[in-house]
Design a binder for this molecule. Sequence first.
Ligand code: PEP
Ligand code: MN
Length: 337
Amino acid sequence: MLLLLKKGVSETAAAEVATRLRMFGLAVHRTDHEGRVRLAGVGDGVPVDWDGVRRWPEIDSVERIPVPFKLVSRVFHPQQTLISMGRCAIGSDQLAIMAGPCSIEGEEQAFTIAAAVAKAGATVMRGGAYKPRTSPYSFQGLGEEGLRIMRRAADAHGLAVVSEVMDTQQVSLVARYADMLQVGARNMQNFSLLKEVGQARKPVLLKRGLAATIEEWLMSAEHIMSQGNTQVILCERGIRTFETYTRNTLDLNAIPVVKELSHLPVIVDPSHGTGIRNKVAPMARAAIAAGADGLIIEVHHDPDHALSDGAQSLWPAQFEELVAQIRTIADVVGRRV
Ligand code: PEP
Ligand code: MN
């Protein structure tokens, strides 16, 4: 339920209302909007006399939040969420441009790519140190050594770092090196992992699962937020369909749909969304035109020899050209790079 408190209700009175709701067995989350405290009282099947609550002197209104993703919804939190990340506030007018290799492969590779993407206009470096690979015989990532290298490469070029965490036991380790924790598509419904990153004090980049509906994706974000972490960024990265000419089908419908339902920033990954180098730029342009808050793109200085996802990685010069085009499109949709 969403409780709007009366304008001018004191902090003490607001805290008291929250305590009374907790005594019913509800979890209580707060947001402030237009000078008014909004409380979400959430919990499954807790019997509460809501007509009685409506008569409490601090209460202006009590309404049901008509979607299952309560904290993620704009009903609870009408204003856009901004997440500060390095030199960028994700969700603001400034588009978040994240780029880097699929996997961190070594010093020279990481430093070369960090320099290239920073020069082109990225503010966040991506790169996996723990890789979810279909085959156990494929490169699995450099682990902590990869994180260490990536951190230094990113710092050398003023970039923030996003890197994937695959397991609950890796969360605190990855959080020591990365500014943002990526939950990959294959782990979107790993509920123990969602709980763990929900307790971390770092923003979480939540990729949409390969076969997840938008509602399932938003429910996964709800898992993270219900643990107290309000810094969630949604990432559309393509879903599996019957189409075989592309690796996945990038669902750009999801952008306006999620923007209406949720206050969380939404970015797009056209690299995994298409799986094909020369399809990345057109879909990146389309994503920004459709209202995405940013992009995450795979870039490699030697994609033919990349240890993962070389076929969908842009050359640095292609990435630079793409960012220039994004600047132009951004202007049309009232954004900037
Ligand atoms: C990645 O970002 O390299 C990755 C494995 O992404 P996804 O989880 O979207 O497949
Ligand atoms: Mn990849």
